[in-house]
Design a protein around this ligand. Structure first.
Ligand code: OAD
Length: 237
């Protein structure tokens, strides 16, 4: 049981595992490959330069899968926790689906971008809502400026979004909780180590993560099964 008191500020970091029970495959482990490509081979600026069609095929597949998915008890429980403790919860996800929002979470920080948004790879037009899928041999989407429209995703080698807010929230948290993330992709993999020593660090997921030594408590099991009875919110007057 994770006790949450009036003074706690919670930083929650979610990864692909939190959406696994909604039918969205994780990146690593069983079923973690797409057409024999590792994620790093289709989610990078060099893949985009080399073969933008391949990149769009990959993200179109992911848009199709995510469109069908519904939030599971883990997403719902985190939304409920946000309702109870408000902005003392900072919900940071590496996931690009919108299942936290669908579950009712209001303030989700998507450090790796959002699957249902696109942007131009040349001009500074703001990212925009976009759920289209690319079907070969159609033309790839173009911006009015002539640039290519790309998924609004942080690829390998690019800087995650909202890092200033994230670092500030890490600085102020008293409880750090990572859920369903293998602890190998930086910078998120280092967040737990960054706060350990001054904040409680908790991991939830079926397997030990690669950065397990940074956690003071580990709850091994599926997020959708553990989360609904994990928190004890103590409200003292
Ligand atoms: P991974 O695929 O690396 O890890 C998923 C984790 O979820 C594993 O540790 C599993 O044990 C765990 N897991 C599986 N089922 C679960 C369940 N029901 N409940 C809880 N946990 C479960 O995914 P991430 O760590 O999120 O980046 O990957 C980080 C980043 O790597 C992703 O955001 C993505 C990827 O490349 C980009 O696309 C930029």
């Amino acid at each position: 049981m994770v006790r949450v008191s009036n003074n706690d500020r919670i930083f929650v970091l979610t990864g692909a595992g939190v959406s696994a029970e909604s039918g969205i495959p994780t990146f690593r482990g069983v079923g973690g490959l797409w057409r024999n490509y590792r994620i790093e081979e289709v989610a990078s600026p060099s893949a985009w330069r080399r073969d933008p069609r391949l990149v769009w095929e990959f993200y179109s597949m992911r848009r199709r899968v995510a469109r069908e998915a519904e939030p599971n008890p883990a997403h719902l429980d985190l939304a409920k926790l946000e309702q109870r403790i408000g902005d003392r919860l900072f919900l940071c996800t590496q996931n690009v689906d919108n299942l936290h929002e669908q579950a009712g979470a209001r303030r989700v920080v998507h450090m790796h971008g959002e699957l249902f948004k696109s942007r131009c790879d040349s001009c500074n037009r703001a990212p925009f809502a976009d759920a289209r899928t690319y079907e070969p041999p159609a033309e790839l989407p173009r911006c009015e400026c002539g640039g290519r429209i790309r998924p609004h995703i942080c690829w390998f080698g690019e800087t995650p979004f909202e890092m200033n807010r994230i670092l500030q929230a890490l600085d102020g948290c008293t409880l750090f909780l990572a859920i369903g993330t293998s602890g190998v992709v930086e910078p998120a993999a280092s967040f737990a180590a960054q706060v350990s020593g001054r904040a409680r660090t908790v991991y939830v997921g079926p397997e030990e993560p690669a950065n397990r030594y940074a956690f003071t408590e580990r709850y091994l099991g599926k997020a959708g099964e553990l989360l609904p009875s994990l928190f004890e919110v103590v409200e003292r007057r």
